[in-house]
Ligand binder design. Sequence first.
Ligand code: AR6
Length: 196
Amino acid sequence: MAETSENPRLQVIQGDITRLAVDAIVNAANPTLLGGGGVDGAIHRAAGPELLAECRTLGGCPTGEARMTGAYRLPAKYVIHTVGPVWHGGDQGEAELLAACYRNSLALARRHEVRSIAFPAISCGVYGYPVDEAARIAVRETGRFLAAHDLPAQVLLVCFGAEVYRSYQEAYRETYRETYGEAHQGTTEGRETGRP
Ligand code: AR6
């Protein structure tokens, strides 16, 4: 897997989230929590039918919130299901709802003493969120949470495909430019300067 490394607690990687042996993987679900396509479908397929059975007991999940289940046949220990906003042009509170998905998932993980957690690009598939904007929100919200809390110790932002990965790398670089200044920007690809 390719990887961008600057903050050792926050990594952007390219890969399949269902393969990761982290404490928790996040599912980009819909409000029914009863499965669907995209990463949701992949997670349910890999976890097995027990996951759907547990999801049925939860009674759904509103947009922006998060719910936790077991991970069954997945290598992870937990699945955190969060419901991203459908993109309607940006004036329907989408950015705040997407930020809430990251914050609520991380808070739930922390309450369960999750050390490592992996997020997919929530809302960036079927729900149509512009990837560059979603990537900035993902990097910003996870970075803020990490700065404020010791747990989770490790956050992976998992990109399924080169295009999403490029957007996330750019958002990551941008955030570090803002945090540390131009002299400290860099990624594993074309790194010109050292770690801040
Ligand atoms: N690992 C990591 N990322 C993945 C994987 C995977 N195995 N498979 C897909 N992605 P989407 P949404 C990426 O559509 O936009 C479902 O039907 C994918 O390339 O899964 O939040 C739900 O039930 C994209 O970048 O989620 C909802 O109805 C990202 O995951 C609806 O889709 C999110 O794409 C949610 O839509």
